[in-house]
Design a protein around this ligand. Structure first.
Ligand SMILES: [Zn+2]
Length: 397
């Protein structure tokens, strides 16, 4: 079939998939062409399309988005890089954005899609699989590939930073998407690059017991309790959003506090109810943690506290790598020190060495930081005409 050589764009002409280009992202022109494509990553927006589509388009955060009616929007050209996976790794390869196509579905990680969405998603997956020769077990979810840097709950880098899209791992759901297989285990946990940070999630993704095989999204939603009990901590319920100002804690005596008002998350009484805004939890951009606000420096960075890839930016604007400090010195870092875990240092920016030469296309990413006059400015907020000479850049390594 000669038409096939025109790729996806021409598919709409066949009437297989009717693409809607109304949210085609202005970011397209700045995104590089990927060198390889071996994964399809499925996401759930955790928000209705009326708010999700605008943001996805403005920030170029996926290649396609399927709304509640099954309409398929093109956001980023499928050959270019979309920023959809954040801190991610699969089979030892970091930065999954560099070798994957990202599809967002307007829905929730624990709720079933509607029939129109299942149909549209199955068709779209079929086309992308065909173009890039992707096997079924490489059609996975954001929850499979996202990982978190150490934090006060986990001393090591861990899987389970997000549950985004997790129900696409269920055999019952994959059947409806014509996917015949799924990954049997987590390759990065197996190789000890990461530890399990969310046992419930790994049960959903890889569980082999009868319960997991029968699991349906509806049953999953019921099991995801939001009350602290023995064996279910604030981390298990809220994960990255545990200390967010929009995460509400209702204590057994009726008092309420927000996540940013709580000091000791490990002493919360059993029976405390946690209300998390799903869109905040799943769509947050990873940022730095602050000593005193998010805990002690040694807890924030865990086992990575003394690595060269852990960067401490003191309140006076000077930075130091973890490998340059003793544990005693790390413990004495002042209140307000910002901590970046898993980062490379690049720079300085000069008239002859611009940000792109230092960290490539990551320079515009919201999780890349420019140290300008002592302040960390995220890549998506930096004014590229006004980056002072001498600026250092911290980007994900
Ligand atoms: Zn996601």
């Amino acid at each position: 079939m000669w038409l096939a050589c025109f790729g996806l764009a021409s598919m709409s002409a066949w009437g297989v998939i009717q693409f809607d280009n109304r949210y085609y992202s202005p970011r397209n022109r700045e995104r590089p062409i990927r060198k390889s494509t071996s994964l399809i990553i499925l996401h759930t927006t955790e928000a209705p399309s009326r708010s999700a589509l605008r943001k996805l388009s403005d920030l170029g955060e996926c290649h396609y988005c399927i709304d509640e009616g099954g309409r398929v929007y093109r956001i980023i050209d499928h050959r270019r890089e979309a920023y959809h996976a954040g801190r991610s790794m699969w089979n030892g390869r970091p930065n999954v954005d560099g070798f994957s196509v990202g599809i967002e579905v307007c829905g929730y990680h624990n709720k079933p899609l509607n029939a129109a969405q299942y149909r549209a998603l199955a068709d779209l997956i079929g086309e992308v699989k065909h173009i890039y020769k992707i096997p079924d077990h490489n059609v996975i979810t954001h929850a499979h590939v996202a990982y978190g840097a150490p934090n006060k709950w986990h001393k090591r880098s861990h899987r389970g930073r997000k549950r985004c899209g997790m129900m696409f791992a269920l055999p019952s759901v994959r059947n409806r998407l014509n996917l015949k297989s799924r990954p049997a285990s987590d390759p990065d946990v197996k190789a000890r690059r990461l530890v399990v940070g969310d046992t419930y999630l790994s049960q959903v993704l890889y569980g082999k017991g009868p319960a997991a095989l029968a699991a349906r999204p509806v049953a999953i939603a019921k099991e995801e309790g939001n009350v602290i009990v023995k064996g279910r901590s604030a981390w298990d319920i809220a994960r990255d959003a545990y200390n967010d100002k929009t995460t509400l804690y209702t204590f057994p005596n009726g008092t309420k506090k927000f996540g940013n008002q709580i000091a000791d998350f490990k002493q919360l009484p059993v029976g405390t109810r946690i209300t998390v805004r799903a869109d905040v939890q799943e769509n947050r951009t990873e940022t730095y943690q602050v000593v005193g606000v998010n805990g002690k420096a040694q807890d924030i960075a865990g086992d990575e506290a003394r690595r060269p890839t852990t960067i401490y930016v003191r309140p006076d604007g000077k930075y130091v790598r973890g490998s340059q400090l003793s544990l005693e010195e790390i413990k004495k870092l002042p209140y307000g020190t910002k901590v970046l875990v898993g980062y490379s240092v690049g720079g300085p920016v000069t008239a002859k060495r611009l940000a792109t030469a230092i960290c490539g296309n990551r320079w515009r990413s919201p999780d890349t930081f420019f140290l300008i006059e002592g302040v960390l400015v995220p890549g998506n907020k930096v004014d590229d005409a006004k980056i002072p000479s001498g600026t250092m850049i911290f980007f994900k390594s």
